[in-house]
Design a protein around this ligand. Structure first.
Ligand SMILES: Cc1cc2nc3c(=O)[nH]c(=O)nc-3n(C[C@H](O)[C@H](O)[C@H](O)COP(=O)(O)OP(=O)(O)OC[C@H]3O[C@@H](n4cnc5c(N)ncnc54)[C@H](O)[C@@H]3O)c2cc1C
Length: 382
């Protein structure tokens, strides 16, 4: 695969990768066990990432960013995070999924206020769309926002919010006119908002270091200045952002599969059975050869979609295909890899065990595989 991807990244992106790798080895790797144990990443790591220009690298220099708008910088970071078996530093969510809402729909004042602290890591971002009664069916959400003279009053509950405990600023979807079901709006809700509270940190099977939470809005008072975009265009805004979100998830899947395969190939060379390394059994070689082929095919699709994004040509169908294929293949890859590890693959101290459980959610969040098939199927005008 090295050959097929040889020209995918620029020398500048390779340099950025080297710096990020060094940062992760120094700042993340030693603390990983503690983060996994606590179920949350320390806020200090966010600030350090900001200090070293690893948050929102695409942001304009006037907001403290580097102006590196090419999404391959994000891809580099997902690959390096997977290389060290990260299980929850929600950096991509912050930089490449939530912050772009501010960039695309924020007023100049909102950008001036919220982008610089997001770049520096002082403000951690999250997005709250899903509700207990509405996941795939986004239009089914029940949170409402009622307009008053200077503020909006939000009522409702959100679930499964990534970065939900650490976050200081949430993009929240709510209906702005309870009488009209199509009037969804987006709000920037700050964590010290009166009437806003967080529920418990959810106990997930994987992504142990990722803080996922419930949120509650009980007559939460949100200033009018914190409405993001048009009060009726929230649905359209979300749809416009989903393609990038799905591409980023596909990148994470491809990076995760590559990392799982690399660690398994290394293990197959070392582990002995019947007087030889297990990699010398034809079955192991065939399994690993099939996985190599699948991972390379996954990268070919994801890299191609990445370049379509760079050219401004990525369609929602392209992104859905990349997300569907990459997350499904990742599931197959980690399953086969655990098998190659035998009993050790079932032990959490082996990264492959963590990768196996962490991979499962990729087929669920950012739109399930079934919803991806719906999107692709619809585009075929059957
Ligand atoms: C770890 C984690 C982190 C998350 N982070 C966030 C976050 O930061 N912010 C946020 O807003 N949300 C987040 N989510 C929510 C996530 O996006 C939803 O879980 C997901 O969209 C599915 O919604 P649901 O769980 O309600 O399942 P449901 O929508 O109830 O779906 C259940 C099953 O029915 C299937 N189904 C539903 N509709 C159809 C259909 N039309 N055709 C065929 N099959 C269908 C689904 O594919 C699925 O298999 C997160 C979830 C998890 C688990």
């Amino acid at each position: 695969m090295a050959n097929l991807r040889a020209h995918h990244f620029t020398p500048e992106q390779d340099e950025y990768r080297a710096a990020f790798r060094e940062f992760l080895e120094r700042e993340l790797v030693p603390r990983q066990p503690a983060f996994d144990e606590a179920g949350i990443v320390d806020k200090e790591l966010w600030r350090l990432a900001g200090k070293h220009n690893f948050l929102l690298p695409w942001a304009d220099e006037q907001y403290g960013g580097l102006g590196l708008t090419d999404i391959r910088y994000e891809q580099v970071m997902t690959e390096e995070l997977c290389r060290v078996y990260d299980s929850g530093f929600g950096l991509s969510l912050h930089s490449a999924i939530v912050a772009p809402y501010l960039d695309a729909y924020g007023t100049p004042e909102q950008k001036r206020r919220f982008l610089p602290p997001a770049v520096s890591g002082e403000t951690i971002l999250a997005i709250a769309i899903t509700e207990p009664e509405a996941g795939s069916d986004v239009a089914g959400i029940r949170t409402t926002a009622v307009e008053h003279e200077d503020y909006w009053v939000l009522n409702g509950a959100k679930s499964f919010v990534s970065n939900g405990i650490n976050a200081d600023l949430f993009v929240v979807a709510a209906y702005t006119d309870p009488e009209q079901s199509h009037t969804l709006g987006l709000f920037l809700v700050e964590s010290d908002t009166p009437g806003f509270s967080r529920g418990r940190k959810l106990d997930k099977m994987g992504l142990r270091a990722q803080d996922t939470a419930e949120l509650f809005f009980d007559d939460a008072i949100v200033p009018k200045a914190n409405m993001l975009g048009d009060r009726r265009d929230g649905f359209k805004a979300m749809m416009s952002m989903f393609a990038q979100e799905r591409l980023v998830v596909a990148m994470v899947c491809a990076a995760g599969a590559m990392s799982a395969l690399d660690t398994t190939v290394a293990y197959a060379k070392e582990r002995k059975a019947f007087g030889r390394s297990i990699g010398q059994f034809q079955n192991t070689r065939f399994v690993l050869a099939s996985l190599r082929t699948k991972v390379d095919a996954m990268h070919a699709l994801v890299d191609r979609c990445t370049m379509a994004h760079v050219a401004g040509e990525l369609t929602p169908q392209d992104a859905a295909e990349a997300k569907l294929f990459a997350s499904e293949v990742l599931g197959e890859v980690v399953d086969e890899c655990v098998q190659v590890f035998g009993g050790y693959g079932y032990m959490r101290e082996y990264p492959i065990a963590r990768m196996y459980v962490d991979a499962r959610v990729q087929r669920i969040y950012a739109g399930t595989s079934e919803i991806m098939r719906e999107i692709i199927g619809r585009s075929m005008e059957l």
